[in-house]
Design a protein around this ligand. Structure first.
Ligand SMILES: Nc1nc2c(ncn2[C@@H]2O[C@H](COP(=O)(O)OP(=O)(O)OP(=O)(O)O)[C@@H](O)[C@H]2O)c(=O)[nH]1
Length: 286
């Protein structure tokens, strides 16, 4: 099966910019996709962040399995990594402002003691392409300033934005890393929309989708594509061909794959989480 691989030059440049700006900011919002919190976390960033205060923001929580999201937030908090889950397209994001102030409480108290009262908190927002950086920033700024698009790579350069009277926000282009140690990571990122579609074979990703849903959410698959229990037990390749026919695409399984991937991204197959919280920590947290 194909392994997804690339490292466009603009991502190397964006990573350099993050390294340069990190000293200027008080805190980093590291955005990950709630459906795959670990697989959408760029391992290069951990090295760059080091001791900088940061909050892991699990975006698109409305598309993820709510129980799994609660477990992931507990998991990170247990590791002393502040974490919060949001839906940036609806509701208030005040919880993010509150979380920022909570994480920086000591620093802000110290500034107040020194009589520094109205210094804006500088916040840098980082994450992989299409994770929802611009949507979240627009919401925090309450104006449509950062460009939003439902395809990876819409944000091309960095910009500072004022959010209320307390914060300055820095948007950055989405950054992926040069090599996925585990090929499953590439598939998860492709399925959820972080990778340009010219870089992967749609049928590969549709087969991964079928594998995941047959194992963890067979009911949703059954309902969406009107499958019988017997059909569900077919091999994934046969199942893909069957869904292709049932969807009226005859033998064009590429078209059927594309549609299944899009439906899955939009939540038509229900809410799902592709990354599983490590068992030991789940039991540790109850
Ligand atoms: N359902 C849902 N969709 C979201 C959420 N946040 C962002 N989106 C959608 O995800 C897509 C990508 O959002 P952007 O804000 O453009 O993502 P980005 O990280 O700035 O993307 P790049 O510019 O590629 O780095 C858009 O279609 C958004 O509407 C969320 O919390 N829930």
């Amino acid at each position: 099966m194909a392994v997804i691989q690339w490292f466009p030059g603009h991502m190397a440049k964006a990573l350099r910019q993050v390294k340069e700006n990190i000293k200027q900011v008080d805190i980093v919002l590291e955005l990950v996709d709630a459906r795959l919190p670990e697989s959408s976390r760029n391992p290069q960033l951990a090295e760059i962040l080091q001791n900088k205060p940061s909050i892991l923001v699990l975006t698109k929580k409305d598309l993820a399995d709510p129980q799994a999201t609660a477990k992931w937030v507990n998991y990170y908090e247990a590791l002393e990594q502040p974490a919060i889950a949001v839906n940036s397209t609806a509701g208030s994001l005040k919880i993010i402002e509150e979380k920022i102030k909570q994480v920086l409480a000591n620093k802000l108290a110290l500034q107040a003691q020194k009589g520094i009262m109205h210094k804006r908190i500088k916040v840098m927002c980082i994450g992989i392409p299409n994770v929802g950086k611009s949507t979240l920033l627009n919401h925090l700024v309450k104006k449509n300033v950062a460009q939003v698009g439902n395809r990876p790579g819409v944000t091309k350069s960095q910009q500072w934005l004022k959010a209320g009277k307390d914060m300055l926000l820095l948007d950055t282009p989405g950054i992926l890393w040069p090599k996925f140690e585990d090929p499953m990571i590439g598939k998860k990122l492709a399925l959820t929309g972080a990778i340009k579609e010219t870089l992967y074979a749609k049928d590969d990703i549709a087969l991964y989708l079928l594998e995941h849903f047959c194992q963890y959410a067979a009911k949703s698959l059954k309902e969406r594509y009107k499958l019988t229990d017997n059909e569900l037990s077919l091999s994934q390749v046969d199942l893909l061909l069957l869904i292709t026919q049932k969807s009226g695409f005859r033998d064009d399984y590429d078209k059927a794959s594309e549609r299944m991937i899009l439906e899955c991204r939009k939540g038509k197959l229900g809410r799902y989480t592709l990354d599983i919280v490590p068992e030991s920590v789940q039991s540790h947290n109850g």
